[in-house]
Design a protein around this ligand. Structure first.
Ligand code: ADE
Length: 274
C-alpha cells in the first residue's frame, strides 16, 4: 500500500482537499515529532501531514527533531515522503516564485543528529554508512517533475541546495562561496531531513520554492524574513499542487521495486548489527 507523508504542510488547509482528517499524537524512540500527524486522504490516497517547524512555527531549523519527524512517518506506515521547502536562490536563472525539484545538497549544518544508528534505545542496531548518491528518490522526483510540467508552472528539474545551520542568513562572502561551490539554492532544513529519510529506507523528494536571491547580488538588499514569508505565502499553492498531483502519480504506479531497493541499500550499509 502507498501512504505518503507530506512535510511542510502549508497549503493543505482546504478540508475538501484533504479528506477524512484525523489528528494523531505520536512519540518515537527519538522523541516527539514537531507536531501531531494529520492523517487523511488526497483524492483517495492515504497521506499524513506534518508541519516541519510545528503548526505555530515554534521550532527553528536547528531545533527541529528531524529524527522524530521521519521516524514517526515511517512508524505509521508511510512509504514515501514529499516535502516543501522555502529556499534562497544562488543563480540568476532560478527566480523567486520558481519551483525546483531538488536533486543534491551540500551540508553546512553542524551538531544535528544525522543518523538513527546511534544506539538509542528502541532504535535500530549497528552502524550505518549510507551512500548519499543519489540523495533523493528519482521516482518521487520524477513524479514531482511530471506534476510541475503538467500544471504549467515555472520549474527546474534539478537543483543543489546548500544547507546552512541558521538561524541567521548567510554573509555576502558565504553566499558568494556557496555560488562557487556549485549550489543553486540555499536553505536551512534539507539536511538532515533527506539523509534520515534515506536511512529510514523511504522514498523522499522535495520541491523547493524560491523566495529570494539571498544576498550575493551587487546593489541589492539582502534577504529578509518579510520577503521570505510574503513570497512563500504567495506561491505555496504551486508547491502544494505539485505534491497533490505527485501523490496521484506515485499511487498509480504498479512497479514498486524501487521501494525495496531503497530498503536493501540501507541493509547493505549497516555494520555490526549485533
Ligand atoms: N530560506 C529561504 N531563503 C533563504 C535564504 N536566503 N537562506 C537560507 N534559508 C532560506
Amino acid at each position: 500500500m502507498t501512504q505518503i507523508g507530506i512535510i511542510g504542510g502549508s497549503g493543505f488547509d482546504d478540508p475538501t482537499l484533504f479528506e477524512n482528517q484525523v489528528e494523531r499524537e505520536v512519540t518515537t524512540p527519538f522523541g516527539k515529532p514537531s507536531d501531531v500527524l494529520i492523517e487523511g486522504q488526497i483524492k483517495g490516497v492515504p497521506c499524513v501531514l506534518l508541519a516541519r517547524h510545528g503548526r505555530k512555527h515554534q521550532f527553528q531549523p536547528s531545533d527541529v527533531n528531524y529524527r522524530a519527524n521521519i521516524w514517526a512517518l515511517k512508524q505509521v506506515g508511510c512509504t514515501h515522503i514529499l516535502a516543501t521547502t522555502a529556499t534562497g536562490s544562488l543563480v540568476e536563472e532560478y527566480k523567486p516564485g520558481d519551483l525546483v525539484i531538488l536533486n543534491d545538497f551540500i551540508d553546512r549544518t553542524w551538531g544535528r543528529k544525522c543518523t538513527f544508528y546511534d544506539r538509542t534505545e528502541g532504535g535500530p542496531k549497528g552502524v550505518c554508512h549510507l551512500p548519499m548518491h543519489p540523495a533523493f528518490c528519482e521516482r518521487a522526483r520524477n513524479a514531482m517533475i511530471t506534476a510541475a510540467r503538467t500544471r504549467g508552472y515555472r520549474y527546474h528539474e534539478t537543483g543543489t541546495a546548500v544547507v546552512i545551520q541558521g538561524p541567521r542568513f548567510s554573509s555576502r562572502a558565504e553566499s558568494l562561496m556557496h555560488r562557487q561551490w556549485g549550489g543553486h539554492l540555499v536553505n536551512m532544513t534539507t539536511v538532515p531531513e533527506v539523509v534520515l529519510a534515506k536511512e529510514a529506507g523511504l522514498s523522499y523528494a522535495a520541491v523547493a520554492l524560491v523566495t529570494d536571491y539571498d544576498c550575493w547580488r551587487e546593489n541589492e538588499t539582502s534577504v529578509s524574513v518579510s520577503e521570505v514569508l510574503a513570497m512563500f505565502a504567495k506561491n505555496v499553492k504551486k508547491a502544494a499542487d505539485v505534491i497533490i498531483d505527485a501523490v496521484q502519480v506515485l499511487a498509480a504506479e504498479t512497479d514498486r521495486q524501487y521501494l525495496s531497493a531503497h530498503q536493501e541499500q540501507v541493509s547493505s550499509a549497516i555494520m555490526l548489527k549485533e
